[in-house]
Design a protein around this ligand. Sequence first.
Ligand code: FES
Length: 151
Amino acid sequence: MKLNDLSVGEMAERAGVPVSTIHYYEAEGLIESWRTPANHRRYDRRELRRVAIARVALTVGVSLKEVREVLDRVPRSKAVGKNDWAKAAEPWAEMLDEKIMLLQRLRDQMGFCIGCGCLSLDSCPLYNPEDSLARNGSGPRRWTGGESELA
Ligand code: FES
């Protein structure tokens, strides 16, 4: 309990999210609060960092479970430093690299054959003749099936 702890409205305003998001994150165990004698929630300002990380991670498609797992790795019982956050985020490295790669492909290769089976582009018969990439599995095989380069 500290003098500069925040109300739920102050948390929401500073974090740039609706109050309902603060309640949701708390209900999901991503952040914690304490109660005043009048039963009002108060949040340590350090919870803002958890809100910010959760918000960005959830926006880019990290699951709620994965966010919770990483945030749970950050200790609450001591002053937390950058090494604590970096260590907590280690399990995300490979997953985030994969997401970055897919987002780059989405940005750069939307106009090319992606091996999805539609055969709708002029280039499809050339790069995915008769949907031959379907043998490797479903979905956009050039993006998700190990085909890394589009001609
Ligand atoms: S874009 Fe769908 S198979 Fe080529």
